[in-house]
Design a protein around this ligand. Structure first.
Ligand code: IPM
Ligand code: MG
Length: 365
């Protein structure tokens, strides 16, 4: 198979981590007899610097013409970067939102998995028998507060900002279906997260999820308020299989879910539309404070590339080869700096730079 992959290196640590994911992709393709052609696409601050916009129409077209897009991260330090002196619609993040919307990438999958060997990095109190959890957040990605009307203006002499939160039944139904379909291939449990004790959008959300659930009699479904879910994730993440939620709640809960795996550097993500196209990116940001130091953790990006193999290209074995290589690398004691424990256990582990960890994973594919 030839894979036509768009590559958005982006800003901050983006170029470093994408290079590792490309290295791993090349290794797995050599092993299984596939070829890759890459198309470079500019987005984020680097696109602002080069073209004056965080995402040009040409870049959207280039992405559309690929089978899938692999992305690093975009954005910079909001306090110091000149990109954040621009009006909001011209800042790096606006490019990412525009890409998601233009390509209809409404389903954002963010798995959070605790590796046995990283259980000590998990900040949660140990549990009898040790902790293990394996959950996935299915986040609605093209609706809600992110894409509602917004403005800031002086109303009756008072400076006022408004963001609107809107969902229609179709937007809810399709993401609910995605969640139930995924649950059927996993633990057959869906927890729908909302704020139905306060918000109308959440009450509609709950109603539509209940309707969709009728088509999946094998899946057990529960509802949870988002504040409770934030608490349950740190109390007992084992209880979750698939969490489905709206855009803003999913943004917040997925950062939380990533951190309880030991490091935000571990969490991959896929953003999908109704076709096999996908945008694959780590859930973490561009970490400008460590950019260029070759110490970033490339695992989230490498696991995102594995998701690409699985979801866009239907290459199950190849995806597993990458995931197993990551597991093996961790089991063999290799760690990026964010994964190093503080105490004495550190002595038996081998600290790796970003590119070294990429090499260790390649060797194990
Ligand atoms: C994410 C990020 C983005 C989001 C930002 C960069 C706009 O936090 O992918 O989770 O909020 O969706
Ligand atoms: Mg986020």
């Amino acid at each position: 198979m030839n894979m036509n992959i768009g590559v958005i290196r982006g800003d901050g640590i983006g170029p470093e981590i994408v290079a590792q994911a490309q290295k791993v992709l090349e290794k797995v393709c050599a092993k299984f007899g596939h070829t890759i052609s890459y198309t470079d696409i500019l987005m984020g601050g680097c696109s602002i610097d080069a073209c004056g916009l965080p995402l040009t129409d040409e870049a959207i077209e280039a992405a559309r013409n690929c089978d899938a897009v692999l992305m690093g991260s975009i954005g910079g330090d909001a306090a110091t970067s000149p990109w954040y002196k621009l009006e909001p619609s011209l800042r790096p993040e606006a490019g990412l939102l525009k890409l998601r919307k233009s390509l209809g990438l409404y389903a954002n999958l963010r798995p959070a998995y605790l590796y046995r060997e990283l259980a000590d990095s998990c900040p949660l109190a140990a549990k009898d028998g040790g902790r293990t959890f394996d959950l996935i957040i299915v986040r609605e990605l093209t609706g809600g507060l992110y894409f509602g009307d917004r403005f800031t203006k002086v109303i009756d002499g008072v400076e006022t900002a408004v963001d609107t939160l809107k969902y229609d039944e179709n937007e809810i139904r399709r993401i609910a279906k995605t969640a139930f379909d995924i649950a059927m291939k996993r633990g057959k449990k869906v927890c729908s997260v909302d704020k139905a004790n306060v918000l109308d959008t959440s009450r509609l959300w709950r109603k539509i999820v209940a309707e969709v659930a009728k088509d999946y009699p094998e899946v057990s479904v529960s509802n949870m308020y988002v504040d409770n879910c934030a608490m349950q994730l740190v109390l007992e993440p084992e209880q979750f299989d698939v969490i489905v939620t709206e855009n803003m709640f999913g943004d917040i809960l997925s950062d939380e879910a990533s951190m309880i795996t030991g490091s935000i550097g571990m969490l991959s993500s896929a953003s999908l539309n109704e076709t096999s196209f996908g945008l694959y990116e780590p859930s973490h940001g561009s970490a400008p404070d460590i950019a260029g130091k070759n110490i970033a953790n490339p695992i989230a990006t490498i696991l995102s590339a594995a998701m690409m193999l699985r979801y866009t290209f239907g290459l199950q074995q190849e995806a597993e080869a990458v995931e197993e290589a990551v597991k093996k690398t961790i089991a063999d004691g290799y760690r990026s700096v964010d994964l190093m424990p503080r105490g004495e256990e550190a002595a038996s582990l081998i600290m790796q730079k970003c590119d070294e960890l990429g090499d260790r994973i390649c060797e194990r594919v």
